[in-house]
Design a protein around this ligand. Structure first.
Ligand SMILES: [Zn+2]
Ligand SMILES: [Zn+2]
Ligand SMILES: [Zn+2]
Length: 487
């Protein structure tokens, strides 16, 4: 922690600030998780040690719950799993992710008394819990979890009061971060990173957090590094400037972001962007045809209804219905909502994804292009979500045979991800090889268009050669737990 230090951030309480000037793309600090667990829904698809998602994991013979890539991953995780394994065996079944995480945190606290390393700035016990600020509903939920926890823990040697356990659940609730898989494409678990918890929020932050699985691509898992987060600078930061990350997606109007932050993290955001209501006008703008206020309101309400139905169809796996609803909704929005209107951007995003999924790449590319143009007007130029969106759009253009646009977008995305994810991240390396590949194809295209098109058609017929675009919500960053609910 040479580049950051604790300081009194006034109304915000504790915070971290830079101890020197930092450049865009620099890693300010990296930190292994204090504890982490895989989501219930993915317990058999994601390794409980390295959090890689893959087929054919080996099951722990004892509890039959934990899954691992291989023996090396299992051995690496045994210290973390040992007591959990016994508890699950005794209970006969594994409790939910919340309970599992709280128990792992408590076992770790017992072992290291809350401080896992010299560089950890505060003990886990001393993190904010906001239990006193919880609504009646949330408090009931916590109390139910506490009861379940105490049963699960009943075989443990040291017993704790319900109050202390509620304190732990409070800490997890407002400090837990979601972890993504090795490609950063899907949220697969949740963990606690004590130093990262000290970084305050800003809607227009100067840092971003990503999970770096390090050398997890190494063939031998003995060479894998611990799962750890990196705090990376999005721009030049001066000495003693406060370090900030965003706890919520920027693509919400300021009042919505403030409401979400108040609800989940119990503070009123007074950042520059919220005070100025920056970009709120663009996010709610009407089209150039200047529709009336009533018309805008009517189409916005209609769009919300459509988005709910689209989500239902998506969950049911009815992708043709998703597409039908999207196109119908876009027709209603045309000439009424601007391309930077949040509701239009959401529909554009699903439309391009579903069209890619259905392999209508040319159409998908057109919608992806519009979406990216809208995003560029709203997001910080080094925003990770923007980088991921441009990457997806680039791949879509590439698949559609629009090699010039595809290559340009892939280069652009690569530039952003070099800052937000860094050169060693798996997704940046993917982008780098795509950049080389598209550059080669672009040269071929310029030399001989006919030959290029013939080659491309052949490649698309062979599905193993085309890069697969997942039809899943992107979770490119490590985000506070709450963001899952928003995506
Ligand atoms: Zn593993
Ligand atoms: Zn086990
Ligand atoms: Zn704000």
């Amino acid at each position: 922690m040479e580049s950051a230090q604790l300081f009194d951030a006034g109304e915000k309480g504790r915070g971290l600030r830079a101890t020197r000037e930092i450049n865009a793309g620099e890693v300010i600090f990296s930190e292994p998780s204090f504890s982490a667990v895989v989501f219930d829904s993915l317990f058999s698809q994601v390794c409980h040690s390295c959090f890689r998602q893959q087929a054919q994991l080996h099951r722990c013979a004892q509890c039959k719950f934990a899954h691992y890539c291989n023996r090396t991953c299992q051995t690496a995780c045994w210290d973390e799993h040992k007591q959990e394994c016994g508890a699950i065996k005794k209970a006969g079944t594994a409790p939910s992710e919340n309970i599992r995480l709280a128990a792992r945190v408590l076992w770790r606290i017992h072992k290291v008394s809350g401080l896992a390393s010299d560089s950890q700035l505060v003990s886990v016990d001393q993190l904010e819990d906001h239990v006193a600020d919880l609504s009646k509903e949330d408090l009931d939920e916590v109390n139910t979890d506490v009861q379940t926890f105490l049963k699960y823990w009943s075989h443990g040697r040291k017993q704790h009061s319900a109050e202390y356990i509620a304190h732990l659940f409070g800490i997890i609730k407002c400090n837990g971060f979601t972890l993504s898989d090795q490609r950063g494409l899907q949220a697969v678990g949740v963990g606690l990173f004590p130093n990262l918890c000290l970084v305050n929020h800003d809607c227009w932050p100067n840092c971003t957090v990503i999970l770096n699985h390090g050398s997890q691509t190494a063939v031998s898992s003995a060479l894998h590094s611990q799962r750890r987060i990196e705090l990376r600078a999005l721009r030049r930061i001066s000495e003693f400037e406060e370090l900030t990350v965003s706890y919520v997606d920027y693509l919400n109007v300021s009042a919505d972001r403030q409401r979400k932050l108040k609800e989940h993290f119990h503070f009123d955001c007074t950042c520059e962007h919220c005070r100025q209501r920056a970009n709120d006008d663009l996010m709610t703008a009407g089209a150039d045809s200047k529709p009336s206020a009533e018309k805008l309101k009517e189409v916005a309400a209609l769009s919300r209804e459509y988005l709910e139905n689209i989500e239902t169809a998506r969950v049911n796996g009815d992708y043709h219905e998703v597409l039908r609803l999207c196109l119908e909704c876009l027709q209603q929005q045309e000439d009424v909502l601007a391309d930077t209107h949040l509701l239009k951007l959401r529909v554009l995003s699903v439309t391009s994804e579903v069209l890619s999924f259905l392999k209508s790449f040319s159409e998908a590319a057109a919608y992806a292009h519009r979406m990216v143009e809208g995003y560029k007007k709203l997001y910080h130029p080094n925003n990770a979500q923007l980088g991921m969106a441009i990457m997806r759009a680039g791949i879509t253009h590439w698949h559609a045979g629009q090699i010039e646009a595809g290559h340009a977008m892939i280069c652009k995305a690569y530039g952003i991800l070099m800052v937000t994810h860094g050169p060693s991240h798996a997704i940046t390396r993917d982008l780098e090889s795509m950049r080389t590949q598209t550059e080669m194809e672009l040269k071929m295209f310029r030399d001989n268009k006919h030959e290029y098109n013939a080659m491309r058609d052949a490649a698309l017929k062979n599905p193993t050669k085309s890069v697969c675009i997942d039809f899943t919500p992107a979770a490119s960053q490590v985000t506070r737990v709450v963001c899952i609910a928003f995506s």
